[in-house]
Structures are given as structure tokens and as C-alpha cells.
Design a protein around this ligand. Structure first.
Ligand code: GLP
Length: 248
């Protein structure tokens, strides 16, 4: 999965050296970042012209906190590649004026010309970035209360329950859906229901990833477990052919 995903990101950057990449955190893309670091170090891919925008950040964690997404991105990726520091953008989880900072983040994405390739993971509840299931979703970058399910899922990274952030700042559905291409990675059985709903369920704010059905070019890279419920479905009826599916 990681090699395939890294190959797609690398080819995007090789074809357009000033690509705008939307980047995700979580355990799923860690291997992809490892592969991309190798490709950069062996000079197959040059990140010097690339601009990056991360999807999200926890509220309240300083950038140096080992569980902050700032730390994650530098630790797994940015510290090991030749990206220009001024081209890295990650939402601020400790901004004084959150509303203004969110507006500025969207403006920076627009000024960069929008996102060429957006990498996504998916929450077991169907969230993308930190756009959580709700009665409505937001277009713009915004502050969000995390659901109990997400707080619980994230608690594996923290020593005590009190430390687990309950709020985050996330890119909204707008910047994600406006990305020219989307690369969604999912592995493990616990992601299978969310993947099934994403691919063939109703388009609903209860499963934010289901909106990806409206996107022109989504590449799914799944392991067999994450794809298991989808494959059952596939045997019964055809799933829209616009989606590239790659089940390793
Ligand atoms: C967090 C992140 C998401 C990520 C999700 C899944 O909630 N905000 O961007 O997709 O976790 O993480 P994992 O890959 O660890 O399952």
C-alpha cells in the first residue's frame, strides 16, 4: 500500500515540480512517508518546489508536543526531505484568533492555486481530516468538537484520557472536494464499514467521506480487510467505474 501510494505522490511531483500537496496524518500514511523519504534521498523525487497543506491539527497541543500533527509531519516526513520550510503549512492549534487563522489558511490554499493531490486517511466513523459526522458539514477550515468515538480512537496515542484533545482545527470539505485528485488510504477491518459507506452508501453528512462519491478522481488504496465489505458488494452489483480501485 505504502509503495503504491508513494508512487502516486511521487509521479504527481515528477510531472509538476511545483505541485500543491494536501497531506494527512494518522498511522495509515506513515509507510507512504517512509517510501517518499527514500525516493527523495535517492534523488528520484525533488520536493524543493512543492507546497504542502496539512489537513488538521489538535487544539491545545503546542507544535513540539510528540502527539501534535506538527511534530508527526516533521518527524515522519519534512525533516528528511528537501521541502522548503516556507512552503509547509499546517493549521495552528494554538492560534489566538481562530476564525481569522482559519480564513487565512483557506486563502493560502487558494493563493497557491488549490490542491493538486490530496492524501486522505479515514476515521472508522467515516471522518476525513477531522470533518466529523454531524447534521451539517462545513466548507471552510474550522474548529470542530471531536466525537467520543474519535477521542476514544485517538486515546491510544496518549498516556491518560485527560490528555486526549477534544477539539481540532480541520480543513473543511471545500478544500478537500476542490482538490484535483484525491488519494484515500485505508487498512484494517475496523475501516471496512466506513469504506463500504464511502463507496456505495448514501451521500450523507453522517459519513463525511461519502461526499467523495461526487468527486471526479478518487484513488482508493486499500488492504483486503478494509475492502472486505466492498468486495462483498462488488459481487452483487457494479460499483461506479469512475473510481480507481487498487486492493493490495
Ligand atoms: C485522525 C486524523 C485523520 C486520519 C484518522 C485515521 O482522526 N485526523 O486524518 O485519517 O485519524 O487515522 P489512522 O490512520 O491512524 O487510522
Amino acid at each position: 500500500m505504502s509503495t503504491r501510494a508513494a508512487g502516486i505522490v511521487a509521479s504527481q511531483v515528477i510531472l509538476k515540480n511545483n505541485s500543491v500537496l494536501g497531506l494527512a496524518t494518522g498511522s495509515t500514511p506513515e509507510g507512504m512517508y517512509r517510501e517518499l523519504v527514500k525516493l527523495n534521498q535517492e534523488r528520484t523525487v525533488d520536493f524543493s518546489g512543492v507546497i504542502t497543506f496539512n489537513l488538521d491539527e489538535y487544539i491545545g497541543l503546542p507544535p513540539g508536543h510528540p502527539q501534535s500533527y506538527h511534530h508527526y509531519m516533521h518527524h515522519h516526513f519534512f525533516n528528511h526531505i528537501n521541502v522548503a520550510p516556507q512552503n509547509i503549512h499546517i493549521p495552528q492549534g494554538q492560534a489566538g484568533n481562530m476564525a481569522e487563522t482559519c480564513l487565512e489558511y483557506d486563502q493560502k490554499i487558494a493563493d497557491a492555486g488549490g490542491i493538486d493531490l490530496q492524501v486522505l486517511g479515514i476515521g472508522a466513523n467515516g471522518h476525513i481530516g477531522f470533518n466529523e459526522p454531524h447534521t451539517y458539514l462545513k466548507m471552510q477550515t474550522h474548529l470542530i468538537d471531536l466525537t467520543e468515538e474519535t477521542v476514544e480512537a485517538n486515546s491510544r496515542f496518549f498516556d491518560t484520557a485527560e490528555e486526549v484533545p477534544r477539539q481540532a482545527v480541520t480543513m473543511g470539505m471545500g478544500s478537500i472536494m476542490q482538490a484535483r485528485r484525491i488519494l484515500l488510504l485505508a487498512s484494517g477491518k475496523n475501516k471496512a464499514p466506513a469504506i463500504k459507506e464511502t463507496v456505495s452508501g448514501k451521500i450523507t453528512t453522517a459519513v463525511p467521506a461519502s461526499f467523495l462519491q461526487l468527486h471526479r478522481e478518487v484513488i482508493l488504496i486499500l488492504d483486503k480487510e478494509a475492502a472486505s465489505l466492498m468486495m462483498e458488494l462488488d459481487q452483487r452489483f457494479h460499483i461506479p467505474g469512475l473510481w480507481h480501485r487498487d486492493v493490495s
